[in-house]
Ligand binder design. Sequence first.
Ligand code: DAH
Length: 352
Amino acid sequence: MAEDVIASIRTLRDAAMAELDLCTSAEALEQYRIKFLGTKGQLKEAMKLLGKAEASDRPRLGQEINAVKDAVQGAFDARKLEIERGLTDARDAIDVTEPGVRPTIGRPHLVLRVADELAELFGRLGFRVEDGPELEDEWHNFIALNIPESHPARDHKDNFYLVGHEEPAIAEGAVKTTGARQERRNRALLRTQTSTVQIRVMETRKPPIRVVIPGRVYRPDETDATHLPMFHQLEALVVDRDVTMVDLKSTILQFVHAYFGHDTKIRFRPSFFPFTEPSAEVDVYFPDQDRWIELGGCGMVHPNVLTNCGIDPETYTGWAFGFGIERIAMRKYGISDIRAFVENDVRFLRQF
Ligand code: DAH
């Protein structure tokens, strides 16, 4: 008899537990409470079985019923909390067919990506990548590049000179050329061009040289749709025997066609740079804006520059270029305003 009562109490417990799993709303839970835990609920009914049992069995049965009541009440309370917090059964909480929320992860900035693409492309043309310091001195930024003290490019208002960072003097013997040796000061400044690294490479390595240098440069320019006070350049330098202007032009054409597409229009305009002779500027046509935009300058390395670096201009010749990486990225990805690169608008950045 007592065993029958225990068995039916346990059956009731199992049924109550199973049914609780099916309750997914506050209303269903209330129905459940009335059915099992209410004053007329099934657990109260089960108590009545006690009255019919042998007096000697009652304590054992009472304990059993109370344990079941506590278990069901405990499970009910936990379920109620889940429903209140909006977490129903795990089976309902995780809908595996839902698209889900994509975690936002960072990515390289477009300028760095383009710099990598360019390094990769020039790598295939046999160039190796070099770099140099952004904090430079006048020797590498001007003097060795054949830019004399009187040149307007060295004006205070066109450069970020560092106050209180004056190198004592240019090392005696480092300079073999005219003019350069007469300069005593070698002030520090943020480099205005990656051409500085041409000097650093030629000072430390002998030809043949075939390098590209992606890097950041600084100029106190007015900001507009094509100018920023800090931007990036890709410099290239080739020094070897019998290097000519044909190599320069054909390499630039190969690069432009490989990177922008074969129908890209470019033009070379005669120009002047102290560190190249002859010199040219390279413009690329922007079909979306219906105008030419300057990529940068190029030319045959000036003999004085080779001499300044201890390379004999009678034996070696060279060519070089320096292009704006933001301008290249603008042409490649149809960006009309250079300021977009530094505004940090994630809607812009996420597109690339
Ligand atoms: N350094 C020049 C500038 O920033 C660009 C340039 C011109 C680089 C001619 C070169 C070059 O290597 O050969 O305006």
